[in-house]
Design a protein around this ligand. Structure first.
Ligand code: NAP
Length: 244
């Protein structure tokens, strides 16, 4: 299927590693013009990107700077993939105010600021938004209340944008990974045996996913070929979510 991505102008955050990096590479491979946004400049950017920008997205003014750099490189913006983010451990009783502030800032507010700055550019020819939320937004993960709540907020943000921006032909969706092997997942599940036991007990496909397995869904939702799917969350979770 031709996704119509040749020359399509795409910004991907979290593009220095894991799911974001795989998605950025996937868009490049389909002929899109991609700006990769990472935080750590030591992480290699995907091959073939038009430009790269490094920023801590929680820093004041960072998201606006990333959008203007991306627009400078690309001459406009058609798709934003918001993949930067992370799990935050803690319970309601154990998580401090600072942990809440940091987690909400990373997983929700920085995504809102990024998209707020992007929308005027996306209006130009009817853009696509894909927010990488999490399975835990729908099915909360034990001892992860801050990321459960902030990812649910990010999913609600994407849903709200799908309604607000429908009149501008901008489509907004989420991807919800379950357990995809990335830097942060390997830190949380460093042991092969524990990973295998978890997968056997919890994942219908009986294994953790790979970052590249999130790419087809991101390409479809983020491409001009997608003209009628908006306001949806698509699980990339080996069948973990019970949602029907
Ligand atoms: N892997 C899973 O199973 C899973 C499950 C649920 C949700 N997710 C979500 O999927 C997304 C990608 O995560 P991943 O699993 O691929 O993990 P990852 O490889 O650790 O990637 C996380 C990315 O977020 C970036 N990032 C973190 N804090 C940032 C900040 N303050 N400013 C800018 N960038 C920041 C990191 O940039 P640097 O590396 O440059 O620091 C990194 O590229 C995240 O939103 C995560 O919450 C993943």
């Amino acid at each position: 299927m031709d996704l119509g991505l040749t020359g399509w102008r795409v910004l991907v955050t979290g593009a220095g590693s894991g799911i974001g990096r795989a998605i950025a590479q996937g868009f490049v491979d389909e002929g899109a013009r991609v700006v990769a946004c990472g935080r750590n400049p030591d992480h290699a950017v995907p091959d073939g990107v038009v430009g790269a920008v490094h920023a801590d997205l929680t820093a004041e003014g960072a998201t606006e700077g990333v959008i203007s750099t991306a627009v400078g490189h690309l001459g406009g913006l058609d798709t934003v993939i918001a993949a930067a983010g992370g799990a935050v451990t803690g319970t309601v009783e154990s998580a401090s105010d600072e942990t809440w502030a940091t987690g909400l800032d990373l997983n929700l507010l920085s995504v809102m600021r990024l998209l707020r700055a992007a929308v005027p550019h996306l209006r130009e020819r009817g853009g696509r938004i894909v927010v990488v939320s999490a399975l835990s937004a729908r099915e909360p993960r034990a001892n992860h209340v801050v990321s459960n709540v902030s990812k649910a907020g990010a999913a609600a943000l994407a849903k709200s944008l799908s309604r607000e921006l429908a009149q501008d032909a901008i489509l907004a969706n989420c991807l919800a990974p379950g357990r995809i092997r990335s830097a942060q997942l390997d830190r949380a599940y460093p042991d092969d045996k524990a990973r295998a036991e978890f997968a056997e007990a919890n994942i219908p496909l009986q294994r953790f996913g790979r970052p590249d397995e999130a790419v087809p869904a991101a390409l479809l939702l983020g491409s001009p070929r997608n003209t009628y799917i908006t306001g949806q969350t698509l699980g990339v979770d080996g069948g973990m979510a019970w949602t029907i």
